[in-house]
Unconditional design. Structure first.
Length: 319
């Protein structure tokens, strides 16, 4: 299972556009891994977690097309994780070539935000090849990709505005998704984080172990019911190959809606106590704010003794 980090910053990005703090000035001077877009993760080439305002730029910067993405998990309705313009670009004129259906899994609040934005633009899900699925915390479902791909009715003939009239190549895969309540924003936000397991596909063919990643980009300390659900998953045999965890507050104060580095490390320790994290698990800090985060090299040095790596834009991990 291939993980590609499209962005690793909090909402204000890093460096922040209007900021001249030492962290932002250092990021501008050094470039490279110190430059961060809003957070999003691509799994293989067909499953996306979050679709904020920088997904388009991330694809261009990393040489990636998202034309083969068939499912998106939305963690919550904040604009840096859900930007409706990302989906408006799927209309026939903007995309130019046929697309597979795109299944969106999000809370009712997030879907309502998207529906409102589409209506204001005079678009609907059919025009954009979207299918919405409302989800909530403590649910499990499966996503299949690459099977029974219907042709794109927006291009009934071989003639498309841009050369290339066939659907993008896809590979059959199956994922098992578990959702958990994230402590982020007001209660009505219903923010989520996810565990994604790849059950089928060429990446896991012939393997006994099902690769799994926990991705929690926006959360404060886990709720008691979240810990209970994770303990139940561990008892059922879940073992995490990677944990990608909020570290927005960096070296700053403890948070309730985000984690600092010490809280993030403590959560990893708690996951290990529950048998979900082992010595082989990739431990990644994520979703960085310029307010509290040292530059990449210094951050890497700070986290290394704890066996934690800072994620960066363009990082690729194969589980």
């Amino acid at each position: 299972m291939k993980l590609t980090f499209l962005g690793t910053a909090a909402a204000e990005r890093f460096p922040a556009l209007w900021c001249r703090c030492p962290s932002c000035e250092t990021a501008r001077e050094r470039g490279g891994r110190d430059l961060r877009r809003t957070s999003a993760l691509l799994i293989n080439d067909d499953l996306l977690i979050d679709a904020g305002p920088d997904v388009v730029n991330a694809g261009a910067a990393l040489g990636l097309s998202l034309a083969g993405v068939q499912a998106v998990l939305i963690s919550h309705a904040h604009y840096d994780h859900l930007e409706p313009l990302t989906f408006l670009a799927r209309d026939a004129w903007s995309s130019g070539t046929p697309l597979p259906l795109l299944h969106l899994y999000a809370t009712r609040l997030s879907l309502a935000k998207l529906e409102q934005a589409l209506a204001q633009a005079g678009k609907d899900e059919t025009a954009l090849r979207l299918v919405s699925h409302p989800v909530a915390a403590l649910q499990e479902w499966e996503i299949t990709t690459g099977r029974d791909l219907a042709s794109d009715p927006r291009f009934p003939s071989k003639a498309a505005p841009i050369s290339g009239s066939e659907l993008p190549p896809v590979v059959p895969r199956r994922y098992r998704i578990s959702s958990f309540a994230a402590r982020h924003g007001p209660p009505e936000m219903d923010a989520l984080f996810f565990v994604v397991q790849q059950v089928e596909g060429p990446e896991v063919q012939g393997r006994e172990h099902v690769p799994a990643v926990l991705y929690a980009s926006d959360t404060g300390p886990f709720f008691a019911e979240t810990w209970a659900a994770l303990e139940g998953a561990a008892a059922a045999g879940l073992s995490l190959d990677a944990v990608v965890l909020d570290a927005t507050l960096g070296t700053g104060h403890k948070g309730e809606s985000h984690l600092n580095l010490a809280q993030m490390a403590a959560h990893l320790d708690e996951l290990a106590k529950r048998g979900l994290v082992t010595g082989e698990t990739e431990r990644l800090a994520h979703h960085f704010s310029h307010y509290f985060t040292p530059p990449y090299t210094e951050l890497e040095r700070l986290l290394e003794p704890q066996g934690i790596r800072p994620a960066y834009d363009g990082l690729v991990i194969n589980l």
